[in-house]
Design a protein around this ligand. Sequence first.
Ligand SMILES: [Fe+2]
Ligand SMILES: [Fe+2]
Length: 340
Amino acid sequence: MKEFLPIDEGTLVEDTEVDCDLFIKSHVNGIPRYVLFCHGGEMFRGDRRRQLIEDNIKKLYIYANSHKTFKDYQEKNLKKILTDKGKSSNEKSTIVYSVAKNLTQDLLNNTKSGAKVERVTDWVDTTVDYILRDEKSFSNLIKVTAHDYQTYTHSVNLSVLGLLFGKYLNLGSNCLRCLGTGMLLHDFGKIQIPKKILNKHGSLTSDEFKVIIKHPEAGVTLLTDENGISEESLQIVAQHHENYDGTGYPSGIGGNDIHLFARVTRIIDTYDALTTNRIYRNSLKPFSALVEMRETMENCLDIELFKEFVCFLGDADPRKRTYENYGNREPDQEANTIYN
Ligand SMILES: [Fe+2]
Ligand SMILES: [Fe+2]
């Protein structure tokens, strides 16, 4: 018997062609039966939605092997989904995150797939519009970020947190686009690192470390010829392991020679690595992660920006400020707790 997967009725967009068969589940003598509701390629029109609402049907089903087709459908229709007034912010955030996961997995698994950057920039553009429009996107997006570390979920977490933090810093939409794209692609060079080194449990030998630290430059080389990637996004890929005190890699540059977006990425990259479960250790709670960063990495990070990040995390209702003067203000209460 074929396997089926549930999908929320709310994730379908009216007047679009759904590329896979949709089923309704019923029970006959206690045995589940799946009845075809809409053929793949058929238009999902308003009358079909009304029929579902009248029958109080909230879940539809697809063949399990159509899962990828359905994710691609959501990616293609993301803009419509995010501007649909009938969908909750929570539903929208879940879809934003799952579309990003799908496309990042594709990027990391299939290096030759065409239109790599275009898919990322389309997602970032749509997500930036959503974040700027919907105040509730902050808490809902933070809620859906993954807690188990994988290279692709890590990249999506970074991009989502980076966009929200960028909004908090009052960056304009163009800056947000560069930031979100660069953060989603920051570890792209890792596709060239053998899996046995990347997923190693114990500490790395010096030869293995030499392989790992090549990933920023490898990422830049792989992405430079891609259409549509900005210089600022490439700076993130190139500089996200540079430290504020000049002890990072690959170039050992420091201070404001490191691009602002790469300094933001250094902070969030570390924060996400600490707050997600790894093979070799459990995740830390946000507060403990921030304390650890404060105690062990203070010189590596742009500390004024880090204080802003601490305030941002403790503030689900972003305040208006300009990022140019982020260093000239009193740290907030949350920052004081971390700093006392
Ligand atoms: Fe990295
Ligand atoms: Fe990373």
